[in-house]
Design a protein around this ligand. Structure first.
Ligand SMILES: [Zn+2]
Length: 174
């Protein structure tokens, strides 16, 4: 007697992928896992277990555990009984994985998106210092200066606009 293997239909996977993709990052609530490029894949393995693969932005980012708990909660709410969440660090996450929607939402939050303005490409994993000014997300001025390499979270640097005098976060390019 052969044991029937539970299967997950492509339509079901699409539905789960959309639901998981809408999970928001706890540090940047309007930005979803898809916006940030954190969600890598939602697939079914041979046993019919749904495998969600994420690439966290930083391996030490405390948001990762929250995100994984949220994914589990969403899958549970979608009636998905068998699933697991895996982390994949190869290739490593980089700000290049962020979508255009994600960059736009950052700007709407008053955060200068990575790569915006004439900021040099980071060398290796070390964010390059701002040798060229960023564009202020509030007034568009390029008269900006770095105040601190670390902003409200480790992912961001704190800048100040000398035109409108407002401080703003810059999501560092990595
Ligand atoms: Zn400004």
């Amino acid at each position: 007697m052969t044991r029937s293997t539970p299967t997950v239909s492509p339509g079901e996977l699409d539905r789960l992928r959309a639901a998981v993709g809408d999970v928001c990052d706890p540090e940047l609530p309007p930005l979803t896992l898809v916006d940030l490029g954190i969600l890598r894949s939602v697939e079914a393995d041979a046993d019919g277990t749904v495998v969600v693969t994420v690439t966290p932005t930083y391996s030490g980012c405390p948001a990762v555990e929250y995100i994984e708990a949220e994914i589990a909660r969403v899958l549970d709410a979608e009636g998905c009984a068998r699933f697991r969440v895996e982390r994949s660090f190869t290739p490593a996450w980089s700000t290049d994985r962020m979508t255009e929607d994600g960059r736009r939402k950052l700007l709407e939050l008053g955060i200068a998106p990575p790569g915006a303005g004439p900021v040099p490409i980071s060398i290796g994993r070390r964010p390059a210092a701002a040798a060229a000014p960023l564009v202020c997300p509030r007034c568009g001025s390029t008269a900006t200066e770095e105040i601190s390499r670390f902003g409200s979270t480790a992912c961001k640097a704190l800048y100040r606009c000398t035109s409108c005098a407002e401080p703003f976060d810059h999501f560092k390019a990595i």
